[in-house]
Design a protein. Structure first.
Ligand SMILES: Cc1cc2nc3c(=O)[nH]c(=O)nc-3n(C[C@H](O)[C@H](O)[C@H](O)COP(=O)(O)OP(=O)(O)OC[C@H]3O[C@@H](n4cnc5c(N)ncnc54)[C@H](O)[C@@H]3O)c2cc1C
Ligand code: SF4
Length: 552
């Protein structure tokens, strides 16, 4: 990989402090780009050599979004410069070999016997580094909670529940707790109040953009040259690439997003894909913004009356609750291999391929899906509800294999790493891992999207189904999903009412649902857009689409 003008900038900043020998070596993986936590936060720069590595094997493994590659490489290079400015010796390697091989080579070349690394968050990197002799792993101080917290909060064995973990961690850390040990606002969760639809008021804030500097421009050229066939587009790249950029985005979040974060947390908008979401995940997941910084800022905003409790608690629950929880679930299940030895659980036996549109954002006619895929293609981002209730929901209704969907999310999103993407997709998004961390599948027909957003107003389909010439196919697909999974889902209390409704549907309705699903699958598999009439009453029911009612 070429590092020419970056290499010059690094050499200029390194000066005489560039001799790696005789120093303590710290390897900083691509997702630990901070001086505020871990060994680097306590190190004497004059006595420390920091090793940073770019490996072409990573982009060769998956067709990662081009913006993700540019974001990672540019942040890593800027971090190197920031370290050099602080007086650290920086050993920056960029090559075709794996991270482990390059680290091993660097140690051998410089006669270095020992290096330390904070325990990598990604399972994939942990496995790779296990073979590096002399590499000592220390605990990863970027996390807010420990394995003991997880076990104390929600138990040794699954099923695990985020709420129990979250309540325990709130008590243990004192975050949003009063002096008597009670949750601020009288409750641990304000989730029930955070379900407002957004109708344009208050206006959605516009996040700052970051003009690529010379280092980033060089990275953009490299990504386009080396990985032209990777997912997404580099056009309009304006992501934060330095700690100063990250801080600017963080300040914007505190000033403009936090106040309204809670109430509109579940809302969706056709025109405003980010609403009041922070867009901090890519930065937090590489250490550019610390989760503790977000918690502190949220608590300060509450104390100073700049944000209401439902917004502050909502954000704290995401960071201290969900983010930590999913990472523990991933570790304790060894990336779901304790549930399925190949790491590909499929509780509901789903095995359909991903529709072509996921790969190139071609039009399907399902406006909610099209708009979300377009956003992901362009930016490598969409917020939580579009990930869960549009992409995962539609894939689950179609019966897409959970691992195929998870691998797609992994490459398509700029914030995706195995520890976070797999629990969110294999368990939460698809129920592929069963009830290991969620009580039920998150699925719905058109009703949810219609209630929580405005995509339907611009769609060729009618979400209510009243216009019989163009009813939305998601609703019959939902019934077909329940019908084919009746046996498994009827064991879940929380799905009870939906199962009762599914059972009360006539054979003719069930056959119609199955036929519509079959038609939608066929069209999407061929890469064709759906006609407005695809879910209008079929007159002929082919035999293969008829589903036998499962035993009650
Ligand atoms: C199917 C699916 C796939 C997902 N894949 C990823 C992924 O690859 N990487 C990722 O970071 N998050 C993932 N999430 C979780 C969540 O959707 C994103 O963290 C969030 O949308 C990022 O946008 P934001 O920074 O604007 O988040 P905000 O809505 O502003 O939330 C604030 C922060 O909370 C944290 N957070 C919120 N929910 C979760 C969660 N469920 N798991 C972990 N952290 C959470 C993130 O750090 C996020 O930045 C996924 C969720 C689903 C349903
Ligand atoms: S009508 Fe159906 S497909 Fe169209 S946006 Fe609404 S939910 Fe999505």
């Amino acid at each position: 990989m070429s590092v020419s003008s970056f290499a010059r900038a690094l050499a200029e900043r390194s000066g005489i402090a560039s001799e790696p020998r005789g120093k303590q070596w710290v390897y900083a993986p691509y997702d630990q780009l901070t001086l505020a936590r871990g060994p680097l936060s306590r190190a004497n720069p004059q006595e420390t050599c920091v090793v940073l590595i770019e490996s072409a094997q990573k982009p060769a493994r998956r067709r990662y979004h081009k913006k993700k590659l540019a974001f990672l490489l540019s942040n890593e290079r800027h971090f190197a410069l920031e370290l050099a400015e602080r007086g650290f010796t920086v050993l920056y390697r960029a090559g075709e070999a794996s991270f482990a091989e390059q680290l091993r080579d660097a140690m051998r070349e410089h006669g270095q016997r020992e290096a330390i690394v904070q325990r990598p968050a990604e399972r994939e990197l942990r496995k790779e580094l296990a073979s590096v002799e002399g590499l000592r792993t220390v605990s990863n101080e970027l996390w807010l909670t420990t394995e003991e917290d997880f076990v104390r909060g929600c138990g040794e064995a699954s099923p695990w529940r985020m709420d129990a973990f979250y309540r325990y961690v709130r008590r243990r850390t004192g975050v949003l707790m009063d002096d008597e040990g009670r949750p601020l606002g009288g409750r641990y969760s304000f989730d029930g109040e955070n379900r407002e639809r957004w109708r344009g008021d208050p206006p959605a804030p516009t996040a700052p953009t970051f003009e690529p500097d010379e280092i980033t421009r060089e990275v953009l050229a490299l990504v386009e040259r080396r990985w032209p066939g990777h997912f997404g587009t580099l056009a309009g790249f304006a992501m934060p690439c330095s700690r100063a950029d990250a801080k600017a985005l963080f300040d914007f979040v505190c000033a403009h997003c936090l106040k309204h974060f809670g109430p509109f947390e579940d809302a969706m908008s056709d025109e405003e894909p980010t609403l009041f979401h922070t867009q901090l995940s890519s930065l937090i997941n590489v250490g550019r913004v610390l989760p503790s910084e977000v918690l502190d800022a949220a608590a300060r905003a509450l104390a100073e009356d700049r944000a209401p409790i439902q917004s502050v608690e909502g954000l704290v629950r995401q960071i201290l609750g969900w983010r930590e929880f999913v990472r523990h679930v991933h570790e304790r299940t060894d990336g779901f291999r304790t549930i399925a030895p190949d790491g590909q659980p499929s509780e509901l036996g789903a095995h359909e391929p991903l529709p072509k549109a996921f790969w190139d954002a071609r039009e399907t006619g399902l406006r909610c899906l099209d708009r979300t895929l377009e956003t992901v293609w362009n930016t490598g981002y969409s917020h939580h509800i579009t990930r869960l209730m549009v992409l995962s929901n539609i894939a689950t209704l179609l019966g897409v294999e959970p691992k195929a969907l998870s691998d797609w999310f992994w490459l398509a999103y700029t914030d995706a790493y195995d520890w976070v993407v797999e629990p969110n997709v294999l368990a939460m998004g698809t129920f592929g891992a069963g009830d290991v961390m969620t009580t039920k599948p998150y699925v719905s027909g058109a009703g949810y999207v219609h209630r929580m957003g405005d995509h339907c107003a611009r769609c060729r389909f009618d979400p209510t189904g009243k216009d019989r010439a163009r009813p939305c196919p998601l609703t019959p697909m939902y019934w077909a999903f329940l019908d084919r999974n009746l046996e498994r889902l009827s064991k879940i209390d929380r799905v009870g009412p939906a199962i009762l409704s599914a059972r009360s549907r006539s054979d003719a309705q069930r056959q119609r649902d199955a036929l519509i699903l079959a038609r939608v699958r066929e069209r999407l598999a061929a890469g064709d857009a759906l006609d407005a009439s695809i879910a209008s009453d079929p007159t002929v029911v082919p035999k293969k689409a008829v589903v036998r009612r499962k035993a009650k």
